[in-house]
Design a binder for this molecule. Structure first.
Ligand code: PA5
Length: 445
């Protein structure tokens, strides 16, 4: 099970200050549990792990099999919460060089609909030209421009390349039960489709078909992922005493640091496979907490890579930051540093050591240096990169995010701020229905 260590924050905020958050965290827990807080129509994720049925998982696995049997490549089309969870899990569990391997055991998963880059989309269509590919169109609203635009291209290419009948088989929609263009298209074309429950917002949807279907297609064990999340749901439940509840302690610590002036939280990993866990976490916390001119700014780095760039800032820049390190206890492979008679590189002092031991010393050395430099350090240890641990981690961050938003006093489940750019973009593109906005924005240019 994952564990949390806040010892290296105690030189910055006292144990008593953190403990004093107990009533606020308790209040947040009650709001979540009783559904009495802001955004209470979006709490479907709270007991999602323990309420997913075997029949639902089997259905996802069956669809995954159809895609695996018929596709060399599967394009996950989605943005924000509609793609980051799947990508986080798939990249955490995948071989780093799967891309380059000739013999593949699962379709290659690629992503679209998360940008509007003409070059990206052109290059994607070129890449897919000679591939048997399928598409998962993921959009809760079913109207998100980035995703809809990519899907329009992908649908046409898939039908042209593979024929209408096969396209129907290898295009799946994950969207609202009734609303939105993605639902209308899926129903009219007869695609297999999954419903994103009304009460689960995008960034809390990784444990619905939004995340589970791509993860199953990529060949990972969604039952173990859910088992991890279920275990964490229990550990972080309202009945667990404050001091034993890792989510409660994380929430109390990060908010205590925030109130002491540490406005930026940097999520750190020492394993490049966790890069997209960082991205998922940034989206989860950024979109949930950054409101009413408050909220911890969620940043992220990959170490030791970024020690050679952001490391300088973290060590000696403005002291408004704290770090939360995700440490992986056991690696999945064994590799020792070889001995070399000539020792031209001077590395013989490492000969015989596991590479992970070197990495762990980089981790410890960095922690000590950063704490000495004025950066509080929270440490989350996960046993290994496997489905169960990742399931635990996802739910841990979700529940902590809901609680933390309430402790901060905002609605963690809405995102009014993301509408502003859309309104301007639609006005600039003369979208029907935006005539007034078009006039107003033209006058500003
Ligand atoms: O967390 C959220 O609600 C957002 O990040 C959405 O997931 C994102 O904007 C995509 O929305 P949709 O699924 O409606 O296309």
């Amino acid at each position: 099970m994952i564990s949390l260590n806040i010892e290296k924050t105690l030189g910055f905020v006292s144990k008593e200050t953190i403990a004093a958050f107990e009533p606020r965290v308790k209040d947040a827990q009650e709001k979540l549990e009783k559904g009495t807080g802001k955004g209470n129509d979006f709490l479907g994720w709270l007991h999602l792990p323990s309420s997913i049925t075997q029949a639902q998982l089997n259905d996802i696995k069956e669809t995954a099999k159809v895609m695996r049997d018929n596709c060399e490549v599967v394009v996950v089309a989605g943005i924000g919460g509609s793609y980051l969870g799947a990508r986080a899990v798939i990249e955490a569990l995948s071989n780093s060089f799967t891309w380059l391997q000739d013999k593949k055991t699962a379709p290659t998963i690629i992503y679209a609909g998360h940008n509007i880059s003409e070059d990206y989309l052109f290059e994607m269509t070129e890449f897919l030209k000679d591939k048997k590919f399928g598409v998962i169109n993921i959009s809760k609203s079913g109207t998100t421009t980035e995703t809809a635009l990519a899907f329009r291209l992908l649908k046409k290419q898939c039908e042209d390349q593979r024929g209408k009948e096969m396209a129907k088989k290898v295009i799946v929609a994950v969207t609202d039960a009734a609303k939105g263009a993605a639902r209308i298209t899926a129903d009219q074309e007869g695609y297999k489709s999954y419903i994103i429950p009304d009460n689960v917002g995008g960034r809390f949807s990784v444990l619905t078909p939004v995340g589970l279907l791509p993860i199953a297609i990529a060949g990972f064990d969604i039952e173990q992922l859910i088992a991890g999340a279920v275990a964490m749901e229990k550990t972080c439940g309202i009945d667990t005493p404050f001091a034993e509840n890792p989510a409660a302690i994380y929430v109390a610590t990060r908010n205590a640091l925030y109130e002491s002036g540490k406005k930026i939280e940097i999520l750190v990993n020492f394993n490049p496979k966790l890069h997209y866990v960082n991205e998922w976490w940034k989206q989860l916390y950024g979109e949930s907490e950054g409101k009413e001119h408050k909220g911890i700014f969620p940043a992220a780095v990959d170490f030791s890579t970024d020690l050679h760039s952001m490391g300088q800032w973290i060590q000696e820049g403005e002291r408004t930051i704290f770090e939360t390190v995700i440490s992986v206890d056991k690696v999945n492979h064994k590799l020792e540093v070889p001995s070399d008679e000539a020792n031209l590189d001077g590395l013989n002092y490492l000969a015989g050591k596991r590479v992970d031991e070197v990495n762990k010393m980089a981790e410890l050395g960095t922690q000590l240096a950063h704490v000495d430099g004025g950066v509080p350090n929270i440490r989350i240890v996960i046993p290994s990169l496997d489905e169960k641990s990742i399931g635990e981690l996802l739910y841990f961050f979700e529940i902590a995010c809901g609680l933390s938003g309430y402790v901060l006093g905002v609605n963690p489940f809405d995102q009014p701020g993301v509408e502003a750019y859309k309104k301007n973009m639609f006005a600039l593109l003369n979208k029907p229905g935006f005539e007034e906005e078009s006039k107003a924005i033209q006058a500003k240019l």
